[in-house]
Write a protein that binds this ligand. Structure first.
Ligand code: FMN
Length: 187
């Protein structure tokens, strides 16, 4: 198969579309983030990469806390809205019912099937974006999105973002078991 070079770009597949929340001047604000990942096992940590101009970053710096909320595909309009409108100009707090957990200052979205409350561990200024690494203090999941006490991806029904096409997708079909499929070629 021939390949073409498309140059140096920030591309990776698949990317989840999540809603990152923080309190800015005491008021919840949420922004859409595609650049997030789990980055440590013990203690559990998640990273979100946030542009310098984002209103949400102000709240993260103010409180040293933030939330990562996983919307379901049903929340496509709200999720996209939080990615095209800034809290610096428009109040996004009334868009969702917010609640607080152990940290008290990391607003979470009740309607999202899964919420993570995080305490900032460190931030790294990478240039255009600040990599915020947070320790996951707690995860809350809607009971009906769990199976045997653990989150079920098919029930959560998260959104996948594709850049640079700028399209949203849904999780596809199950294709095999991890830490097991490779055994077929293991000597
Ligand atoms: C699908 C999608 C993914 C996005 N991912 C990111 C991201 O990873 N990091 C970022 O800084 N901005 C990202 N944005 C842009 C911000 O969400 C957008 O600038 C938003 O208005 C910021 O809100 P705020 O100023 O209220 O914090 C994304 C937007 C969309 C629609």
């Amino acid at each position: 198969m021939d390949k073409i070079s498309i140059g140096s770009k920030p591309l990776l597949y698949p990317l989840p579309a999540v809603l990152v929340g923080s309190n800015v001047n005491g008021k919840p604000n949420y922004m859409t983030v595609a650049w997030s990942s789990i980055v440590n096992m013990a203690p559990p940590m998640v990273s979100v990469s946030i542009g310098h101009s984002r209103h949400t970053l102000k709240g993260i710096e103010e409180n040293n806390t933030f939330s990562v909320n996983i919307p379901s595909t049903k929340q496509i309009a709200e999720t996209d809205y939080c990615g095209i409108v800034t809290g610096a100009g428009d109040d996004k707090s009334a868009l969702f019912e917010s609640f607080y957990g152990k940290l008290k200052t990391a607003p979470m979205i009740k309607d999202c099937p899964m919420n993570m409350e995080c305490k900032v561990n460190r931030t790294i200024d990478l240039g255009s974006h600040v990599l915020v690494i947070g320790e996951i203090i707690d995860i809350l999941v809607d009971l009906d999105c769990t199976h045997n006490g653990i989150p079920d991806i098919t029930k959560i029904d998260p959104m996948i973002f594709s850049f640079p096409q700028n399209d949203y997708f849904q999780v596809g079909k199950h294709i095999g078991k991890a830490f097991a499929a490779g055994k077929s070629i293991k000597k």
